[in-house]
Design a protein around this ligand. Sequence first.
Ligand code: SF4
Ligand code: SF4
Length: 74
Amino acid sequence: MEIELFTYDCIGCGRCVEYCPRGVLRIVENGMCCFVNVANADLCTGCRRCEKACPTKAIHVNKPDYNFFRRKRI
Ligand code: SF4
Ligand code: SF4
């Protein structure tokens, strides 16, 4: 799973962290602001709850296209 973060759009509200059932995301703080980061990418199931919960569209989850190579051969 590819998790894309648009850090400039993130307001650090933590909704994505709250809604993720797998503990994939976390909020980090750099002394000036808070923003989301990926803690355990391997645990992501691609459910996209984080995406739907985000008020600023700062997180996108892309599932790999497993049929890509099969389609290319046809
Ligand atoms: S897609 Fe689902 S499992 Fe993956 S980070 Fe978002 S909420 Fe968590
Ligand atoms: S829900 Fe969106 S704005 Fe809030 S912490 Fe997550 S990515 Fe950032």
